[in-house]
Write a protein that binds this ligand. Structure first.
Ligand code: ADP
Length: 484
């Protein structure tokens, strides 16, 4: 049954003022999954007003009560896991098992932040004079805007909204145009958990006019964004006008280093898990494979054999390993980049092109001998495409891994403990997986260095991003002893 998604403003589900809706399509079949109401500046402003009105009450709600509400959200996500996962597979394409995992991770963000809400501690500071007491309080930033991408349509909402609400902030969220219905399903859990009206609001619609409201309305104090480097830079530049806080989780271009002493079977499985999860559309997925030269040929042969055996198909089929890409432009771009690399002398080990429709399927692709200057070297491909290069020694591997403006995630496989520590410390990345291809968990900080963003989400750092520190200096009366 086609779903009709609405905006969620001030505790109610509402259509756009002009009744506008956009179709949402299944990337595996092209079928219409449902429609989503399309708000604009007026609806975004209403959402900000609702969040601003709800803020004082929510900020003043005792932390255990906020925590209890977030625990109810986590429980509802758990109860509705199958239904939300099925919707996610229909709307976004990822295999059902991955979708179930993502709903579980989303619930984890709410649960972990519910627990953390009770531990937002300030501190006291020794004063320089007898009559003073110095306090550092931690208070919620205020109304926070969350702009989320389509590749993890539930988890990215959870990772932003759960810490914001735990901290006492209220939120306005704009989901990606491709995946608004999963956003509605998450917000249904927020609603059914009994969050007070206006504490969390959802406005879908064209990105720029809604983003403009978030950037210019003085009631919005923070913008949290996950998406492209290009848009992230634009938001940061524009947020500076009113000094809004930003946290930006942008693209990566992850190097994946395999040393000759690694467990090769584990490393092959690791490359596949990192690169091909979500059809290569993950900002932390392996993008550049570097294998120690003496292991290069056998490693690539083993990897290619495994990759050729993977099943590409609709996410609803339990036998599917790799689902469709999100849309035709993304698949066409990936094909063009591969064609250009091959025309320049790259060797194709497997895949290389789109597969017959109706969905946006792309054959998992491995390339070696990629010519320098290829787009594959320059920035993330966001597709099930991986280029590989041999390296001679550790210093070269680290240098090449770091030779990029991006710094989100990096991976290394080795059984040498000293090398693991040395290389993990030398990699200029916010996240390093050592023999671990899937490092994301609710309790750990996630984010990038260099052009991959600012701020961290997840873990204690995540909630810290929604808190300001206020210094209170108390000068006391002298009192009976005269010393204060
Ligand atoms: P992707 O290429 O992964 O779609 P984008 O950066 O284009 O990444 O989009 C990520 C999110 O940012 C989406 O919700 C999108 O609608 C939103 N977005 C895109 N452009 C803007 C903008 N100028 N202002 C605010 N949000 C934007």
């Amino acid at each position: 049954m086609a779903r009709e998604g609405r905006l969620y403003i001030g505790g109610g589900w509402v259509p756009a003022h002009d009744g506008a809706v956009a179709e949402v399509r299944d990337p595996a079949t092209g079928a219409v999954v449902g429609t989503m109401a399309q708000g604009g500046p007026a609806e975004a402003t209403e959402a900000v007003a609702a969040a601003a009105a709800a803020f004082p009450g929510w900020a003043a709600t005792p932390a255990p009560a906020r925590a209890e509400a977030l625990r109810r959200v986590a429980a509802l996500l758990g109860e509705r896991r199958e239904a939300i996962a099925a919707l996610m597979t229909a709307e976004q394409g990822k295999p059902l098992a991955e979708a179930r995992g993502e709903v579980g991770l989303t619930a984890d963000y709410f649960l972990w932040n519910a627990e953390e809400a009770r531990r937002v501690y300030g501190h006291t500071i020794p004063a320089s004079t007898a009559g003073k007491r110095l306090l550092a309080l931690r208070q919620p930033v205020g109304v926070s805007a969350a702009i989320t991408p389509w590749n993890f349509p539930a988890a990215m909402i959870g990772r932003k909204i759960a810490p914001a609400l735990a901290a006492g902030c209220t939120v306005v969220c704009k989901p990606a145009p491709a995946t608004p219905l999963v956003a509605c399903a998450v917000f249904e859990c927020l609603h059914d958990a009994g969050l007070p009206a206006g504490v969390a609001n959802l406005v879908a619609g064209p990105a720029e006019p809604i983003g403009e409201v978030f950037l210019t309305d003085p009631r919005v104090r923070k913008i949290s964004f996950t998406g492209s480097v290009r848009v992230g830079k634009e938001l940061m530049r524009r947020a500076a006008a009113s000094m809004k806080r930003v946290s930006l989780e942008l693209g990566g271009h992850a190097p994946f280093l395999v040393f000759a002493d690694a467990d090769m079977e584990q490393a092959v499985a690791g490359v596949i898990a990192s690169k091909l999860r979500n059809a290569g559309q993950t900002c932390i997925c392996a993008d550049r494979l570097y294998v120690e030269a003496r292991a290069f040929e056998p490693f690539m042969a083993a990897l290619a054999e495994r990759v050729r055996g993977l099943r590409v198909g609709p996410g609803t089929d339990p036998a599917t390993d790799v689902g469709p890409m999100i849309g035709a432009p993304a698949a066409l771009r990936a094909e063009r980049v591969v064609e250009e690399a091959v025309a320049g002398g790259a060797r194709l080990l497997c895949g290389g092109s789109r597969l017959p429709g109706p969905g946006h399927f792309f054959a998992p692709t491995l390339l070696t001998d990629v010519p320098s200057g290829s787009a594959l070297e320059a920035a993330e491909i966001f597709a099930p495409v991986l280029a590989a290069w041999p390296f001679e020694h550790e210093e070269e591997a680290v240098r090449r891994a770091n030779d990029t403006p991006f710094g989100l995630a990096a991976y290394l496989y080795t059984r040498d403990l000293s090398r693991a520590v040395r290389v993990a410390e030398a990699l200029e990345y916010g996240i390093v997986g050592v023999n671990d291809p899937v490092p994301t968990v609710a309790q750990a900080p996630f984010g990038g260095v260099k052009e991959s963003g600012v701020g961290r989400e997840g873990g204690a750092e995540g909630i810290a991003g929604y808190l300001e520190t206020k210094f209170v200096s108390l000068a006391l009366d002298p009192g009976p002893s005269g010393r204060g």
